[in-house]
Design a protein around this ligand. Structure first.
Ligand SMILES: Cc1cc2nc3c(=O)[nH]c(=O)nc-3n(C[C@H](O)[C@H](O)[C@H](O)COP(=O)(O)O)c2cc1C
Length: 209
């Protein structure tokens, strides 16, 4: 049996067996597969990480929590989102990634406006409610807000907001990437709600004693 260099490519039709060795580390969970071809040559190849592993890795990227609000034709909606990032200062632009299956996706696609509401650390309940499609809060019932220039709801108590018009959008996989240009925005001094490793937390819980 001859052992190949890791750059050798596999001839999959020749493979007679495959065995996988996990490369376990504190954060690293990828695997290497060794494929034994009919001529007994062993080929090393990389096995992609699973969706669960991907979620676990991305969960270590600490984010704030937003509710993306949108409005169209008298309908309003709020969706919890943390795939939010600033893109460019020229022109000013912010990106939100919205799952095709979200009700918010339908309204945002039609209305082409959204507001990024950065939640304060006492708005965890609102975040939880806006992460489910069937709660009254997702339809902004009982949620205090006002509207700005675009008509998207600006939620009371959010520590910062950007009211945006969609200028570009891109399809990728299960999501649409909406890029918006802010028409107005603001921020206060409140503390943000934080999402880390699949759980809500607060900055003050991590502050040095
Ligand atoms: C912390 C957190 C962050 C989330 N981020 C996103 C996101 O960036 N994009 C997205 O499409 N869904 C995200 N979700 C899931 C949506 O909030 C959830 O599927 C929601 O019910 C979809 O909105 P809908 O009620 O309009 O269907 C997130 C959920 C949580 C708890």
């Amino acid at each position: 049996m001859s052992w190949p260099s890791s750059t050798m490519s596999a001839c999959w039709s020749d493979i007679s067996s495959i065995f996988i060795r996990d490369k376990l580390g504190p954060l690293r969970r990828s695997a290497v597969a060794y494929c034994v071809r009919a001529d007994s040559v062993v080929v090393e190849t990389r096995v992609p990480i699973s969706k669960d592993d991907f979620r676990q890795v991305m969960g270590h990227f600490v984010t704030g929590v937003t509710v993306i609000t949108t409005a169209h034709d008298g309908e309003v909606r709020g969706m919890t989102a943390n795939s939010v990032t600033s893109v460019s200062l020229e022109p000013l632009s912010v990106l939100v990634c919205v799952n095709h299956e979200a009700i918010t996706h339908r309204i945002l696609s039609a209305g082409r406006v959204f507001c990024v509401n950065v939640l304060s650390d006492d708005q965890e309940a609102l975040s939880r409610a806006c992460a489910k499609p069937d709660t009254p809060e997702a339809g902004l019932e009982g949620v205090l807000y006002h509207v700005g220039e675009t008509g998207a709801p600006i939620i009371d108590g959010a520590i910062a907001y950007l009211d945006c018009k969609v200028t570009s959008q891109f399809e990728f996989g299960t999501h649409t990437l909406f890029i918006g240009e802010p028409t107005e925005g603001g921020a206060t001094t409140g503390e943000p709600l934080v999402f880390y490793r699949g759980k809500y937390t607060k900055l003050r819980e991590w502050a040095p004693a």
